[in-house]
Design a protein. Structure first.
Length: 578
């Protein structure tokens, strides 16, 4: 017989999150399939799953029956692991939730509803131009229902049931709010992902409600991991590439150990003193470089390159207990990389760990979709290149670490994908020792144009303006294949067709790759251009590329054609016209 669940604590919350994560993971492909464009890299489900997985991992490292502390652990894990727009919004929803319950051991239905609403408020603030018909709308309508239901029922399970139902109704209406969803006959992917999480919440609460008091007490004694996730390894595709490591001698690395750990502040060690984050950071800065300190309540995350890791940890232990300690010998890594002739992507990470006695004025971090494109960015002076883009969005933490590797006072970040911009902007909050400026590039051609437009003599804000002006003058094209039949913008697309995308709009679909590519070029050159650049993908064929070059030369006499090996997966060609 079920019982009313009027209060939930940290243990209950952990069960809810784990079951929600399980539901999302099991339906990851279903969420990906809702991608509006029928392209093979629909990744909303993947981004949300990886983001929530990061949160669950942090929650398991810091379990607590105190719901405020449990929610804080989840929020921190989500923040650092956030990937893609949907992942960033998800992290903000639970960041707001965490702030609302931070001081509470347990919460009732009204507090739970208020926390959901606070999460929505924070998520909307995080998005510069909120769009209705997305995960934002679903979360807003669900939270609104929570506030209303909390006035009628004290049962958290009953409230969550109504929240999930209202969210489902809101999701079903997303095609009416976003015409593009209606055209292709799908609901919003991010909203669906959130509902899978909420469905897991409801399942966990129903399970808790069905238990006897004795069962519940026994489970609380066991700990917070009664509902376990099926462990599945998560592989990330991110690597850095920049100047060849051969330019740096291993013995020239001044701070040889990449050191990471977490300090759990201990009141006994503080002896009544308040932890001073600024003083802590200043002291650690004398012991190494590439310093990152993220402090929140009783937890401090530290990343530093140091010559004497023991000195760093000895100082940190004055404030609390250490956990998740990781120390890597960068000299060994560097030597191994040099002698094993690894890729340029691996070569840069240690190269950037060299002598930092002098910081240059500017540096760059860019996201790339293929090794050839990574090499192009490196040749243009980009310090750190994260392999990701279309097939795997780098997380906020990936971007932060890359920025810290750049020995510059100001670092410009080029996301080169509209789904990475929010994660990059979120990284700004986590980097304090240098200026981080995000240039909102949405495509690889825009990123390349921005780097070329950069001027070393200009001030940061002037460079930002110049680079953003440059990306406005670039037409970007992609050629890939359709993964399903669909109808969009009065265009009938069949599975397996080759589709051409001009500035995020599908403009051509054809069963012939060459025809589709030629029509895309026509669209890119409709308003004129001087240069067309073809970045060839992994599956591009030389004969097809030669035919495309010949097509441009024959039909556009005044246009110069350049061809570069991009090496990007899934996209036969990335094309720019400027």
């Amino acid at each position: 017989m079920s019982k009313r669940l009027n209060v939930i604590d940290g243990n209950d919350f952990i069960r809810m999150v784990e079951r929600g994560a399980q539901q999302l993971r099991e339906n990851e492909d279903n969420v990906n399939a809702l991608n509006v464009f029928p392209v093979p890299d629909g990744d909303t489900g993947t981004n949300m799953n990886l983001t929530l997985t990061s949160g669950v991992e942090e929650l398991r490292r810091r379990p607590s029956s105190h719901i405020g502390k449990a929610a804080d652990a989840l929020a921190k894990g989500l923040l650092m692991g956030a990937r893609g727009n949907s992942g960033v919004i998800l992290s903000q929803l639970f960041r707001g939730f965490s702030k609302s319950v931070s001081d509470l051991e347990s919460i009732d239905a009204q507090r739970f509803a208020a926390a959901l609403q606070n999460g929505v408020d924070m998520a909307y603030k995080a998005v510069v131009k909120p769009v209705e018909g997305t995960i934002l709308t679903v979360s807003k309508e669900a939270a609104k229902q929570a506030l209303s239901s909390a006035k009628r029922t004290a049962d958290v399970t009953e409230l969550m049931k109504e929240v999930w139902k209202k969210g489902s109704e809101a999701l079903s209406r997303t095609p009416e709010m976003l015409p593009v969803l209606k055209q292709v006959g799908v609901v919003d992917a991010g909203g669906q992902g959130l509902l899978f999480i909420y469905e897991g919440f409801l399942q966990a609460l129903q399970l808790l409600s069905s238990q006897t008091d004795e069962d519940t007490a026994a489970q609380h004694q066991v700990g917070p991991s009664i509902v376990r996730l099926n462990e599945s390894p998560v592989s990330t595709v991110h690597a850095a590439s920049s100047r060849p490591q051969s330019q740096l001698a291993t013995e020239d690395i001044e701070f040889g150990y990449c050191t990471e750990f977490i300090v759990k502040l201990n009141s006994d060690k503080l002896s009544g003193n308040v932890f001073d984050e600024l003083k802590f950071r200043e002291q650690l800065s004398t012991l190494g470089d590439s310093l990152l300190v993220v402090a929140d309540d009783d937890l401090v995350k530290v990343h530093i390159h140091a010559e004497f890791p023991g000195s760093v940890m000895n100082y940190a232990m004055k404030y609390g207990d250490l956990s998740r300690i990781k120390i890597e010998n960068m000299r060994d890594q560097h030597s191994h990389i040099i002698h094993s002739d690894t890729t340029a992507a691996q070569a840069v990470s240690t190269a950037q760990s060299a002598d930092t006695s002098k910081l240059k004025r500017y540096g760059f971090v860019a996201v790339s979709a293929g090794q050839g494109i990574s090499n192009i960015f490196s040749s243009l002076g980009v310090d750190q290149v994260l392999l990701g883009g279309q097939t795997m969005n780098p997380s906020t933490e990936d971007i932060v670490k890359a920025v810290l590797e750049v020995k510059a006072q100001t670092v410009f970040v080029l996301p080169n994908n509209s789904n990475i911009i929010l994660a990059a902007q979120q990284a700004v909050e986590l980097v304090e020792d240098k200026q981080l400026v995000v240039i909102p590039t949405k495509t690889i051609p825009q990123g390349i144009a921005a780097v070329i437009a950069y001027q070393d003599s200009m001030a940061p804000d002037e460079n930002s303006d110049v680079m953003q002006q440059a990306i406005q003058h670039v037409q970007s094209g992609l050629v890939t294949y359709a993964v399903r039949d669909t109808q969009i913008d009065d265009m009938t697309i069949k599975q397996g067709d080759f589709i051409g995308i001009h500035n995020h709009k599908i403009v051509v679909s054809d069963s012939d790759l060459l025809v589709s590519s030629q029509k895309l070029i026509d669209s890119l050159l409709a308003d004129g251009a001087e240069i067309v650049t073809l970045y060839t993908g992994e599956e591009a064929v030389k004969e097809q590329t030669a035919n495309l070059v010949e097509y441009v030369e024959q039909h556009y006499n005044d246009v110069e054609v350049e061809v570069h090996h991009g090496g990007q997966p899934l996209y036969y060609y990335i094309i720019s016209a400027e």
